[in-house]
Design a protein around this ligand. Structure first.
Ligand code: URP
Ligand code: ZN
Length: 451
């Protein structure tokens, strides 16, 4: 990371200012963390002060700072292991990649109070260098859950809850409990994020493979076939309809899941996320690499076939998909392989990508003409801001909005490598990918990062 400066005011001149609705060449003047003026030739209109930082953004885009609503920094997974990025290192990587706001999770242990867990998580989260918010995971339903959910919303500013249909032995819920969460969340005008994978069926398949001594990494994806995700999506859209709950399907990886959402209709209530790895990588990585290398791609849901990948791009085009997030949750090799002898099911789940999200989507989405730059902004910033209650403070370039801005150099070429990344991990699933387009200056409120 280059220079970091605290600035009281900044004038960004001649940039191509992008919002979800269009592009205009304009100057932007920001003071004390807010956008104060947008217009042409602001310099000659006496807007600036002697201390104003002046940035020439000619031939560059100015976009709202990226918002990644799905990251797992400092994720504790037991056995003294954590995801490799802390709030500090992960948020630095986020800024480096053009993301100015992240939303991570509080994940209470069963039996632990939501508010106690939130208090502990806030201590970790305050190390974040970029803006942050927290979603609250509901990992069991008990007689305190409803009142604690109310406390979270009324007293703690939480507006989103997460439930898991997988991981049934630790944090996953049955549909009867998800129904209860959705009813309460609806009454609280909050949104429920759902990890849609049929945990019971997956556990059966896993056991079947394990009992037959099948340990290779390919059994990770074979024990989580696309149908296990689609069946879960179907249950969730039905529950969403019954409860009228705003519902956000995290990391959708299949065509079938999207077909179900399309058939039921989104009705302004259902939102769908996918991640760069489902758009750009496929399941052959589990089949064609040796155990240690293939282990780097273990995430849930797993990578799918090319058919699903193509369908996801189509889902972006047809607005079934609303958000591209990362589910950033990398692990170092040592932790990934700590229980290697026990086979595929003991590899920690999760991969990184926060630093690469914007460059990858710009290179493989905008430059290939699958999406235009307005849609790019919508997927990585405006939609997450609207869905998670941050708009119009964030997610848009508008007078009065926060000065979370990215000066985007469309010509800067790079090659992704774990040797040069800011992300704290000794691998990168996009190793060797070329990108064109990169964040050059990132404003997080009144801090300016030259990246
Ligand atoms: O494999 C994944 N996705 N790991 C992170 C935790 C989760 O399930 O979102
Ligand atoms: Zn996740």
């Amino acid at each position: 990371m280059g220079k970091i400066k605290k600035i009281s005011s900044i004038l960004i001149e001649n940039g191509k200012v992008v919002t979800e609705n269009g592009i205009s060449t304009n100057d932007i003047f920001c003071r004390n963390g807010k956008i104060e003026f947008i217009g042409d030739s602001l310099r000659i209109k006496d807007r600036i002060l002697s201390t104003t930082e002046i940035i020439d953004a000619k031939h560059k885009y100015v976009i709202p700072g990226g918002i990644d609503p799905h990251v797992h920094f400092d994720l504790h997974i037991g056995n003294n292991m954590k995801s490799s990025d802390s709030f500090e290192t992960g948020s630095k990587a986020a800024i480096y990649g053009g993301t100015t706001t992240i939303i991570d999770f509080v994940t209470p242990q069963r039996g632990e109070s939501l508010l106690k867990s939130l208090k502990d998580r806030k201590k970790e989260a305050k190390k974040s260098l970029c803006n942050y918010r927290l979603h609250m995971s509901i990992t069991e339903w008990n007689d305190k859950t409803e009142s604690e959910m109310k406390d979270c919303v009324y007293n703690e500013g939480i507006r989103s809850f997460k439930v898991y249909m997988a991981y049934k032995d630790s944090i996953g819920l049955d549909v009867t409990d998800i129904f209860k969460v959705m009813k309460v969340a609806e009454a609280l005008d909050s949104i429920v994020m759902v990890h849609c994978e049929d945990g019971d069926r997956i556990d059966e398949l896993k056991k079947g493979f394990e009992n037959n001594g099948k340990k290779e990494i390919k059994y990770h994806h074979l024990s989580r076939p696309p149908e296990t995700e689609a069946d879960a999506v179907k249950k969730i859209v039905e529950l969403s309809k019954k409860t009228n709950s705003k519902t956000y399907i995290v990391h959708n990886s299949t065509k079938y899941g999207m077909d179900i959402v399309k058939a039921y209709g989104k009705n302004g209530r259902i939102f769908v996320e996918t991640c760069p790895h489902y758009l750009l990588l496929d399941k052959s990585l589990y089949e064609n690499k040796n155990f240690d290398e293939a282990a780097n791609y273990v995430m849930s849901p797993p990578l799918r076939s090319k058919e699903h990948q193509d369908a996801l791009w189509e889902g972006i085009k047809t607005n079934i998909i609303d958000v591209i997030a990362t589910d950033h949750c990398p692990f170092n090799k040592k932790d990934r392989l700590a229980f290697k002898k026990d086979g595929f099911s003991k590899i920690p789940n999760g991969v990184g990508g926060i630093e690469n999200r914007l460059s990858l989507l710009y290179t493989y989405g905008v430059l290939t003409k699958k999406i235009n730059i307005e849609k790019f902004v919508k997927l990585i910033s405006t939609n997450p801001a609207k869905i998670f209650g941050l708009y119009p403070q964030k997610g848009v370039i508008k007078v009065g909005s926060d000065s979370d801005l990215v000066i985007w150099n469309p010509d800067k070429e790079s090659m992704i490598s774990d040797k040069t990344q800011e992300q704290r991990c000794d691998t990168n699933i996009f190793e060797g990918f070329s990108t064109r387009g990169k964040a050059e200056i990132v404003l997080v409120s009144d801090k300016m990062y030259e990246v």
